[in-house]
Design a binder for this molecule. Structure first.
Ligand code: PLP
Length: 447
């Protein structure tokens, strides 16, 4: 199809008329810019007027190796000529087999069974349903409740929203949801005088233990975002929390669901965030970065024990869940190309150097008098703006607009500014990102 260039010039008006944009109060676009993206290359997005923006949040945390990555593009071109899609019930194909094997190998085969879906929220729903159904198949159908952390985010479909503790996303739908238990977050910012991050983690785990001791016989699973609660505003916790929760889940016979949709795929400095806690969950959810940010793909990895609880002659004891595009071959090929880059470029190691350089470049921001709680884990940096009431008004939207003026794509969460760049920034991009973030921060806060 040839695009009509006359009409292209009016993308913004046409979009606002016919496209209902996600997570947006549409009226705000009367003042907030809408960027008509024409193409992307590496860490940069280009609009149709030729302006460019460094994608410092990896397009909502999905892009790992840049836009229009030559290696992922080549894999997709090859796959297009073989098989674009086939149903995964009764059929299988090489990309989904190889991807499942490679992911299982990355867990030392502790999580050796992969179930596929298309988006993160669906992966969370699958983990919740699998946990619930496992207990039922094992004759413990009283275990029906779920536990999530304060500030936890697991997606916005009705089941996932029930274990999400973000008021802005939840409140309108409260009566539709089956409320989960919400327990203390191990967010290290909650440290009391003299407490370390590990102390906060222990305190949060103690609260979880009280709940599990009381109601463990009714609880199916605890769901956590390992190491960083991203949507809560990049709330980071001590890795010891994961080991504490694993121990408690074993003690009280409750499943542990690790939602690594945002923190998996190397984002926190190891391929899986759980590795830093020295644990494996019963269910591990992946999405976002797994396809390199190319195509919708999500999956839940689980153990032999869970798999075997469904393995039976009786149909109804099986896991009867599906999505039309489950295990889409193109998405799986994008994922395989992404995993190949991790190996070929020794990405986890290389990111250590990248992270050290960006941390050093951000030192002036970390020391800024209007910056609190500067924090970093792996390829995530965040800090909280200290604002008076006037400066706090619409901070996030004003920051987004000012950043665009400085060729940056940044979208603060409330007062938290964060960087979550793709794993490909060169020296110049790192320096530019740090310097411009400081400039935008000073402009928006009036400091
Ligand atoms: C983004 C995200 C989800 C939801 O994924 P979608 O693809 O947006 O449905 C779930 N959990 C976490 C931790 C996420 O960051």
């Amino acid at each position: 199809m040839k695009l009509n260039t006359d009409k292209q010039s009016d993308w913004v008006a046409r979009s606002l008329k016919s496209v209902w944009h996600p997570c947006t109060q549409m009226q705000h676009h009367e003042t907030v810019p809408l960027i008509p993206v024409s193409h992307g290359r590496g860490a940069w997005l280009y609009d149709k007027d030729g302006r460019r923006y460094l994608d410092a949040i990896s397009s909502w945390w999905v892009n790992l190796f840049g836009h229009a990555n030559p290696r992922i593009n080549a894999a997709l071109r090859d796959q297009l000529d073989r098989l674009e899609h086939a149903m995964l019930a009764g059929f299988t194909h090489e990309p989904v087999i190889t991807l499942s094997e490679q992911l299982a190998a990355r867990t030392g085969h502790r999580l050796g069974h992969c179930f596929y879906a298309s988006d993160g929220a669906s992966a969370v729903e699958i983990a919740l349903k699998m946990s619930f159904h496992t207990w039922r198949n094992n004759g413990q159908s009283g275990k029906q409740e779920f536990v999530c952390l304060k500030g936890g985010y697991h997606g916005e479909t009705v089941g996932a929203l029930a274990v999400t503790d973000v008021a802005l996303f939840r409140d309108a739908y409260g009566p539709m949801l089956r409320q989960a238990h919400v327990v203390a977050t191990p967010d290290a910012r909650g440290a009391r005088d003299g407490e370390t991050a590990a102390d906060v983690a222990r305190r949060a785990a103690a609260e979880l233990e009280t709940l599990l001791r009381d109601r463990g016989d009714r609880i199916a699973a605890v769901i956590v975002e390992p190491l960083v609660q991203c949507a809560a505003g990049m709330a980071m916790h001590d890795p010891s929390y994961l080991a504490e929760v694993r121990t408690l889940c074993d003690r009280y016979q409750v499943h542990l669901i690790a939602d690594e949709i945002a923190v998996g795929c190397g984002r926190t400095g190891t391929f899986f965030a759980c590795e830093q806690g020295g644990i494996w969950p019963d269910f591990l959810c992946l999405s976002k970065g797994i396809s390199g940010g190319y195509l919708p793909l999500s999956l839940v990895m689980t153990t032999d024990a869970i798999f075997n609880a469904f393995y039976d002659p009786e149909v109804a004891r099986g896991f009867l869940h599906s999505h039309s595009y489950t295990g889409n071959p193109l998405a799986c090929r994008a994922a395989l190309a992404t995993l190949a880059i991790f190996d070929e470029d020794d990405v986890i190691n290389a990111n250590r150097g990248r992270a050290a350089r960006l941390s050093a470049a951000l030192a002036p921001l970390a020391a800024h008098h209007a910056v609190a709680n500067f924090r970093q884990r792996g390829m995530i940096w965040a800090f909280d703006a200290v604002l008076d009431e006037a400066a706090a008004a619409n901070f996030s939207r004003r920051f987004f607009a000012a950043a665009l003026d400085h060729e940056l794509l940044l979208r603060p969460i409330g007062r938290t500014v964060y960087l979550m760049p793709p794993y490909i920034l060169d020296e110049q991009e790192i320096e530019g990102l740090a310097a411009r973030t400081l400039t935008v921060f000073e402009q928006v806060t009036g400091n």
